[in-house]
Write a protein that binds this ligand. Sequence first.
Ligand code: GLA
Length: 741
Amino acid sequence: MSLRAAVSAVTLAAAHLAIPFAHSQSIEYRSDAKLWIIQTGDFTYAMGVDERNWLQSLYWGPHIDRTQDIPAAHSLPQRAAFDLSTTTTPQEYAAWGAGLYTEPALKATFASGNRDLVLEYVDQRQTRDANSQTLEITMRDIKLPLVVHLFYRVYTGQSVLERWSTIDNQTKEDVVLEDAASATWSLPNLENRNYRAHWLTGRWAGEWQLQSASLDVGSQVIESRRGSTGSQANPWFALEGPDAGDDEHGPVYFGELGWSGSWRITMEQSSLHQVRITGGYNPFDFDYRLAPGESLTTPPFYGGFTGGGMGGASRILHRFQQDVILPGAPHPKLRPVLYNSWEATEFNVSESGQIALAEKAAQLGIERFVIDDGWFGQRKDDHAGLGDWYVNKQKFPNGLKPVIDRVHQLGMDFGIWVEPEMVNPDSDLYRKHPEWAMNFPGRPRTEARNQLLLNLARPDVTEYVYHWLDDLVSNNDINFLKWDYNRNWAEPGWDAVPAADQKKIYVAYVHNLYSIFDRLRAKHPKLEIESCSGGGSRVDLGIMRRTEEVWPSDNTDALDRLSLQDGFTHAYTPGVMMAWVTDAPNRKTPLKFRFLVAMEGSLGIGANLNNFTPEDMATSKDLVAFYKSIRPTVQQGLQYRLIPPSRPGFPSDRAATEYVSTDGTQAVVLAYLHSQHFGDPYPLVRLEGLDPKAIYRLHPLDPKQLSSQQEASGSYWMSHGLQLVLRDDYDSTAVVLERSR
Ligand code: GLA
């Protein structure tokens, strides 16, 4: 082996150590005990069939090696006349029947009026492909052929279990599903001490607020009734065990849904201290009619367990998204540094204006130039034009080609903003097809941002949207779409189908939306897409399968962003998190601070370059070049939250984040001080995730901001820490550690 090959073999081995899951994936069925044991990465998950033929959750937690130690399931007695065994049994997928008082996974009404549904085990089968293994357990109502298939999938090299279900009406009459969850997860009862629940809430320009509270007896429900994922809450949860330590230690159960429509997750502790998490379609306004022979499949609900604290939980999710979920997984492309003029010019786009900005952007090392809103139809502001996707001839008299050609000549690729699911009443499309807007006939149509939703549940609308997008991308050299979605639903009517099926709009809309992405991507394999929804209102693992990146928030104030980005990365990888340097919208902050905050994710610039001084241009050029040198580590490495920024209820004047490359050769520390008090020195910053025995050399962005020696072992940097010199308000710095031996 040559020296180079030997080095890269070591590097590869180190890469696998990056998340050192000690165990490989497997699904074992012990037919003697009717028991399944799922091993995946760091945890073991087990369930079994009891004497009544019910499927019970048996174990979810740290890895158990000797699987024969896990005993078979046994039926549980009634606790009292008031707590039937239906409720006390930790059912894997409890249907509402036989006296269930906790959150059901499934609730149905049969044509006869019967609403009792009790599922018993029928059989199981397993399949595998190159990267995953899937268990399918079939259940059936005790009397009627309403059949439920429960799926469990594990992926090679991942510490995540994917669960979903398919409900299949094999009766001869209609069945209406009032509630159809993807899965219920049962957690161990830990000496009757409460778990600490974490979830993300938000609003426009204030997304990704990390909420944390004790999960007391009762329920904590997070949901969207908005037709899309929404920012009111994100479909992610984490429950820390009562013995949790810091961000890097202690048991954490976590999960997230892959669905871009209305959803609900209920975290409940029963009065008998059983903790369950049930999530999937939102049962509100749901009533899904299954004709005989029809079935409904629920969204995937991904879950995991780690002993490595909240930090470990988020790194497992980041890895899973990079390796399994994102387009291009397991090798998703790095995000290019982009320029977007929205905050600089808003709707006032023109050929000469955009070319002038592109020329400036290219000088900074920008790799992708994006024209935002305003280029189409009669779009002068947000009152008109959505739906009319032809180039506005007043603004671009020669079409888009001259701008695209110039952008390419300058060495950048080209992207453009679209909002395909919306229509302004002041548009040719609406005048021609008012029936395409989502509405209840004869009722008012509530506008938001002067726009209505197109009802994508209609196949004709879906076809129309797909075809104009396909034409736009086929007829212009477009590498990237910023796909926006600037409001939530109102009046979700769909009168083209019988009244009993109209609520299917919640499911049909999202499937048709996904089909547009899927067809477009299949036809244009080089096309990349960003999911934007007036900021971060549509970020979930369903949309992330189809989009390379997401826009977390319209709030680009650097200090607010520190908190938003902290919340975001609890659930999603920094590799998809677009972060722009803009013109300090909420308060004046130094350009360097804005850059270093944006470097926590995928860097872009949205400032008005026409106002940049030569000094700003020079600083920006240097910082873009610096970012490129740390980009793979930040976007695809392992992220550690060393010092958290302000969180709801926990103010902080500082923040520091570390990233370690997957091959272990580079680490990056980004550190911030937003307000100085009493001249206190910046505390020592102890690093994480280094090889204790390896030697790392420090390369500070600014040597004056570091007072540590230049070289030391991983153990020293992790135990003693870095001494940074941050003194001023909105001070910031970066230090790169290169492994030297
Ligand atoms: C939304 C997006 C912004 C911008 C505008 C354009 O608000 O989040 O980034 O694209 O729409 O109208």
